[in-house]
Ligand binder design. Structure first.
Ligand SMILES: Cc1cc2nc3c(=O)[nH]c(=O)nc-3n(C[C@H](O)[C@H](O)[C@H](O)COP(=O)(O)O)c2cc1C
Ligand SMILES: CC(C)CC(=O)C(=O)O
Length: 364
């Protein structure tokens, strides 16, 4: 049966993946309440269509921090795409190139930064975790600039890894043939050793991530690169203001797909306060629970400049490699155009809060 919408890829992907890999991808932290809330929160909004508007030429294209995109959609940074497809991030890069969307490669990419950029026709950004080894971080930044990456995305919601009960129960370890090839194997060793009650991912982060990082440290990264700096994992107006004060070029409103602080607010609920706290032209990106073009429209109407999509892209990759990932991205972007047409908002600028109706009950 043809898979006609991003959400339709989920069960097909699950059927193809080993159970522990599925759990690593699908899971959240703690009781997974934030994970569930991310999805449910979209149900608080209905779209308010306007009629008799000329929608003959709907245009979802934009330029984001100098990157030209055919749609305000990007692939959220995710570790180890080779967990689901042998080509890994190279396949994802071809898929984003084909669909005019953005790829944010993760620091734990399972293909080299150079392989990914050679495969990419469209813009690429690089996500970083702040490692204790700053020399390693500096080396990655230099390589990313040389390979044509156009922005750095520092993930700030992970001084330690959330308690992901599925991974702890499964003793999840990254399989030996899937490697974070951009980092020294010695630095990654712990990721490959799980045990009942201990996740390799968690042990590794405890060893290698620097939990003492503060706002003052951002200057160190700034000094090492002229690339725009994006902070990922902002959920409050207070931190949004600090991000602006410390010279960030954009923020991503995100709770890490419900994988970090369980009980944190759904990212869609945090979006308006962040948008209201920053200057009007400051780009606010959004991720968490985006599963359809209508979801993209809701996030944009609440003030996001673009959305990032996580799990659905891995579902597409698991089901059909490059083609599967491209289908998911293509469906999201054509659903968005379709939504803009039926909503009577042919331009992204026209997607504002007037396009939404909000109430405490559930619409969807
Ligand atoms: C398998 C997986 C791996 C991830 N790895 C990273 C990562 O390395 N760095 C990061 O900043 N976020 C990572 N994330 C979080 C995503 O960037 C994103 O915030 C989240 O998946 C968005 O929610 P969604 O999956 O509901 O779209 C990961 C998420 C998943 C599902
Ligand atoms: C390897 C992990 C630290 C990647 C991550 O951020 C995640 O799984 O959410």
């Amino acid at each position: 049966m043809a898979l006609l919408a991003p959400a339709e890829f989920e069960s097909a992907a699950r059927a193809r993946l080993p159970a522990d890999v599925w759990d690593f991808i699908a899971g959240g932290s703690g009781a997974e309440s934030t994970l569930a809330a991310n999805l449910a929160q979209f149900g608080d909004y209905a779209l308010r269509p306007r009629v008799l508007v000329d929608v003959a030429g709907c245009d979802p294209s934009l330029t984001l921090l100098g990157s030209e995109l055919r749609a305000p959609i990007g692939v959220a940074p995710m570790a180890y795409h080779r967990l689901v497809d042998p080509e890994g991030e190279v396949a994802t890069a071809r898929a984003t190139g084909r669909t005019g969307t953005l790829l944010i490669a993760g620091i734990f990419a399972s293909r080299t930064l150079e392989e990914i950029s050679a495969a990419a026709e469209g813009p690429l950004w690089l996500q970083l975790y702040w490692l204790r080894r700053r020399d390693v971080l500096a080396g990655l930044v230099e390589r990313a600039e040389a390979a044509g990456y156009r922005a750095l995305v520092l993930t700030v919601d992970a001084p330690r890894i959330g308690r992901r009960l599925r991974d702890l129960r499964n003793g999840f370890a990254v399989p030996a043939d899937v490697r974070a090839v951009n980092l020294d194997p010695e630095l990654m060793r712990a990721s490959h050793h799980g045990d009942a009650g201990a996740s390799g991912i968690e042990t590794h982060a405890r060893e290698q991530f620097d939990p003492s990082l503060t706002w003052a440290d951002l200057a160190w990264l700034r000094e090492r690169s002229r690339l725009p700096l994006v902070l990922k994992g902002i959920l409050t107006a207070e931190d949004a203001r600090l991000a602006v004060e410390h010279g960030a070029d954009a923020v991503v409103v995100s709770n890490h797909g419900g994988r970090q602080l369980d009980g944190a607010l759904p990212s869609l609920a945090a979006l308006p306060e962040v948008v209201d706290a920053v200057p009007p032209e400051f780009p606010v990106l959004f991720d968490g629970g985006v599963r359809s073009g209508a979801d993209v429209a809701v996030a944009l109407a609440l003030g996001a400049r673009a959305v990032l999509v996580g799990r659905p892209v891995l579902w597409g990759l698991a089901v059909g490699g490059e083609d599967g990932a491209a289908q998911v991205l293509d469906q999201l972007s054509s659903e968005l155009t379709h939504t803009m047409a039926l909503l009577g908002r042919p331009r992204l600028r026209g997607l504002d809060r007037g396009a939404l109706s909000e109430r405490a009950g559930r619409y969807r």
